[in-house]
Design a protein around this ligand. Structure first.
Ligand code: PLZ
Length: 427
């Protein structure tokens, strides 16, 4: 199938890229400087008329489509009625509906409350605010390879210096980093890794001064790291025993991405607070903290909020996106993608010594290379990009290719993208 009309990037994209240099801050980078004109389920169409196969979903956002028809419809209907009032000034019903959906879907059958925000980083900041407020403790524990955002507090929570933290300090205090479970590198069982993590917390931070452990149940930017089975449940148990809140950062893993509503569901882990964003609103900026009612309600009135948090257009989009996840059973779709990709690349790995691991859950998948340098991953990604397939790299060592396809991607389009990736891996 020839989807490309020009070299990638094409002439019009190159023109825009040159113009960008005079307008956009150089610190903002694009993985693939191909300028998008329109999109569909698993396709991006650029300004030169090239069709690109999208295996990134704008970093795990457009899982329901770009956009899902239900999202487009809801957004149009809402923007025709009103665009903004500020929920803190004069509220509206869709904010309540999104919170009700989140409270019902988030792990655990206990009573929950939610607050809506704009970005993932803002959600994580708010989770930490709430955890400190309710526990009266200040220390926050995070783990190696973690990613939580680019604001000052979330930079402190994020592990990797380059590009996220380099020369941006000083960072927020009372953040303590401990080891996590990375089966490929540490060879530990979940129980062993949890013991290592817990003993580091007890030695370095102290259970009694720790407000929260903030952790991605599957680490995204850090390398699509799936912890060994039993690691998260053991950590959750320790948190509960010591009055430490477990904050699951499900910003990347949430909303069917890993084949269940939340990645915590795979091991029946019930966190105290959950942060969400990305896939929640089909491409519009929306984020949330959802948690135990008694924790969320402990914060004084006026203590949480923001001008745009839970914007009505974003809320309408979220309701359309969540409806799409139900109607199209996108958890099952994610599991089908997992089966296709793991089946296929397990075999490819046997043919080349360059691949150390093929892993992931649902439509959050990765290939880690043996070399702990970015070279091979960068070369493979570049080859895919040149052939019109959008893949991303990630990982503390930059040596991971990751796949985050839209959950609605048609099987033949996914296969086309994977053919190109396979060719690049074996080249
Ligand atoms: N927590 C687990 O994955 C965002 C960021 C890419 P924001 N990940 C993609 C980049 O280079 O900026 C993310 C995440 C997890 C928090 C965040 C932050 O979410 O919406 O980007 O603020």
């Amino acid at each position: 199938m020839t989807r490309l009309r020009t070299a990638i990037p094409g002439p019009r994209s190159l023109e825009l890229q040159a113009r960008r240099e005079g307008a956009v801050a150089a610190g903002v980078r694009s993985t693939l400087p191909v300028y998008v004109a329109s999109a569909g389920d698993g396709l991006l169409v650029d300004v030169d008329g090239n069709q690109l196969v999208d295996l990134a979903s704008g970093i795990a956002v457009t899982g329901t489509g770009n956009p899902a028809p239900a999202v487009a419809e809801a957004v149009h209907a809402q923007i025709d009625r009103f665009s903004h009032t500020c929920f803190m000034v004069t509220p509206y019903e869709s904010y309540l509906e999104v919170c009700e959906e989140l409270n019902a879907l988030a792990p655990g059958s206990h009573e929950k409350r939610s607050v809506l925000l704009n970005s993932g980083a803002e959600a994580v900041e708010n989770a930490v605010k709430i955890a400190r407020h309710v526990t009266g403790r200040q220390a926050v524990v995070v783990v190696d390879h973690g990613y939580h955002g680019r604001t000052n507090l979330t930079m402190a929570l994020t592990a990797k210096t380059m590009p996220y933290k380099h020369r941006f300090g000083p960072f927020a205090p009372e953040v303590h980093r401990v080891p996590t479970s990375y089966p490929l590198h540490d060879g530990l069982t979940g129980a062993e890794a949890a013991q290592r993590t817990i003993s580091a917390i007890e030695r370095q931070t102290g259970a009694g001064t720790t407000a929260a452990v903030v952790i991605e149940p599957i680490q995204g930017e850090g390398g699509v790291i799936v912890p060994a089975g039993g690691f998260l449940p053991a950590l959750a148990r320790w948190c509960r025993e010591h009055g430490v809140l477990l904050v699951a950062d499900e910003i990347q893993t949430g909303f069917c991405r890993t084949g269940s509503w939340f990645a915590c569901d795979h091991e029946d882990v019930v966190p105290d607070l959950v942060t969400t964003a990305k896939g929640i609103a089909g491409g519009l900026p929306l984020a949330a903290v959802t948690g135990r009612a008694e924790i969320m309600d402990a914060v004084h009135a006026g203590g949480l909020g923001g001008t745009y948090g839970g914007n009505p257009v974003a809320c309408a989009a979220a309701l359309g996106a969540i409806r799409t996840m139900h109607d199209r059973d996108l958890n099952a779709a994610a599991r089908r993608i997992e089966k296709t990709v793991l089946g296929r690349f397990g075999t490819v790995a046997e043919k080349t010594g360059a691949i150390a691991d093929v892993r992931g859950r649902g439509a959050m998948l990765a290939i880690e290379f043996t070399e702990r340098t970015p070279d091979v991953a960068a070369r493979v990604a570049k080859t895919c990009h040149e052939q019109g397939v959008v893949v991303l790299t990630c990982g503390t060592y930059g040596n991971v290719i990751r796949l985050l396809p839209p959950l609605v991607i048609p099987a033949d389009l996914l296969a086309e993208g994977l053919d190109v990736l396979e060719g690049a891996l074996l080249a």
